[in-house]
Design a binder for this molecule. Structure first.
Ligand code: HEC
Ligand code: HEC
Ligand code: HEC
Length: 339
């Protein structure tokens, strides 16, 4: 029997499934993604995205491929975790490396790459680059073909840059998807100090961000101020969602749980300031449903924490799709980035 109260949720999941092909919008869910679905950065850069590939090669995402395993810290963490080769061990490879099929064998080919963020490409890469026939250029594509092409690519797993909700979650799945053992035993950082506006829009480069706004707009300019506000709010909400879930999974009162709880509390306080500055009913509803977040941030409290995390997830989706950051100038002073 399906609980009637749960029907809207079931309906939502089904729609989400139709839209993106899987209910959890991530290029890699809980399990290691299928290497057979990856084509590698060259497949993106050969003809169309040369500039993006050149930029990516200078980012930590690309550099980690040759540096992590041989770095002192890498060896130290791997040693404590009992991991012989980070490149081939799921405990590390899930976030640090991309595997793809070469001559019928799964091989580690890169760090996090285009497809780690935009979706494993095998099923969508052809459709995505076909403007209506072999000789049709992008500029000559009909609107009807474009709409159909985008819809089909999305169904086949593309995570498009325009869809904030989908890509933001994906960042956090690696940047705040750490598990207790990795942190408490391995001595890994307990999740990145990630703030989404500065991390996506900041100056590109080795130690900086990953900005590659070179396709729809030229010159790699940062996103418009309205867009940055929306990225800020969606990032903050998603940080809370992932943080809550992490605490729900924690079993020891140690670095992992303590740091996550502090982090969620800080983000929650910030969200409260956001809510005072701009009028967004989805955020107000969440905050008013939970006055004293501190009381919930404890071990053995998975059910309430997961429930709250689900509510935030739903609200984040609505905020990401339903607002455009116009009229949110009151947030500008809170955002730790300006061009
Ligand atoms: C597949 C996992 C994965 C995904 C998805 C991912 N990252 Fe990363 N990211 C990493 C890893 C691993 C590192 C650290 C690499 C290193 O330094 O060895 C990193 C490093 C970074 C850095 C450099 C940080 C520094 O200290 O210099 C930035 C910025 C960054 N990521 C931003 C993002 C953003 C924004 C997103 C989402 C759009 C994202 N990442 C998605 C795994 C990922
Ligand atoms: C849930 C995703 C995730 C997993 C799993 C993971 N890391 Fe990381 N790791 C990151 C991110 C993200 C960073 C970037 C630093 C930060 O922001 O915390 C990072 C940074 C590092 C760094 C410092 C940067 C560098 O390249 O020197 C080392 C070393 C490292 N990880 C080693 C490991 C090892 C070894 C494993 C497996 C035992 C592992 N990591 C598993 C996400 C992950
Ligand atoms: C760490 C995650 C990450 C990686 C790796 C990554 N992207 Fe992106 N990409 C994004 C995000 C996030 C945006 C949207 C940024 C925004 O809205 O400001 C984006 C935007 C884009 C855009 C639109 C840019 C524009 O001009 O508006 C294209 C095209 C693109 N990426 C292609 C690529 C290609 C090709 C690669 C591999 C070389 C790549 N991306 C690697 C996350 C990533």
């Amino acid at each position: 029997m399906i609980d009637k109260k749960k029907l809207p949720m079931v309906a939502f999941l089904w729609v989400a499934f139709l839209l993106v092909g899987f209910p959890v919008p991530s290029s890699h869910g809980e399990e290691y993604p299928d290497p057979g679905k990856f084509s590698g950065p060259d497949a993106c850069g050969n003809e169309c995205h040369k500039e993006e590939v050149a930029i990516w090669k200078e980012t930590r995402h690309a550099l980690t491929f040759n540096e992590m395993e041989t770095s002192d810290k890498g060896k130290e963490i791997a040693g404590k975790m009992g991991v012989k080769r980070p490149k081939t061990d799921d405990a590390c490879a899930f976030c640090h490396f991309t595997r793809m099929m070469v001559d019928g064998k799964a091989q580690v080919m890169a760090g996090p790459t285009c497809e780690s963020c935009h979706g494993a490409g095998r099923d969508w890469i052809k459709t995505h680059g076909d403007y209506g026939g072999k000789d049709v250029k992008k500029a000559d594509e009909t609107p009807a073909h474009k709409a159909q092409r985008l819809e089909q690519s999305l169904k086949d797993g593309l995570i498009p840059p325009k869809d904030l909700y989908l890509w933001v979650r994906n960042c956090f799945s690696c940047h705040l998807g750490h598990n207790e053992k990795l942190v408490n035993v391995g001595g890994h950082t307990p999740g990145s100090n990630i703030e989404l506006v500065s991390w996506t829009q900041g100056k590109p480069g080795k130690a900086g961000s990953m900005r590659h706004n070179v396709f729809y707009a030229k010159g790699n300019q940062p996103a418009a101020v309205e867009r940055r506000r929306l990225i800020f709010v969606v990032g903050l909400m998603t940080e809370i969602e992932y943080g809550l879930r992490a605490i729900g999974k924690a079993t020891q009162k140690d670095v992992f749980a303590t740091k996550m709880a502090r982090r969620v509390k800080t983000a929650w306080d910030k969200l409260q300031l956001v809510s005072q500055a701009i009028d967004v009913k989805e955020i107000k509803t969440i905050l008013s449903g939970m006055k004293a977040i501190d009381k919930e941030l404890k071990l053995n409290n998975a059910d309430p924490l997961n429930r709250l995390s689900e509510q935030i997830k739903e609200a984040t989706k609505v905020v990401a799709q339903g607002y455009d950051g116009k009229g949110w100038a009151a947030l500008d002073a809170m955002i730790p980035y300006s061009p």
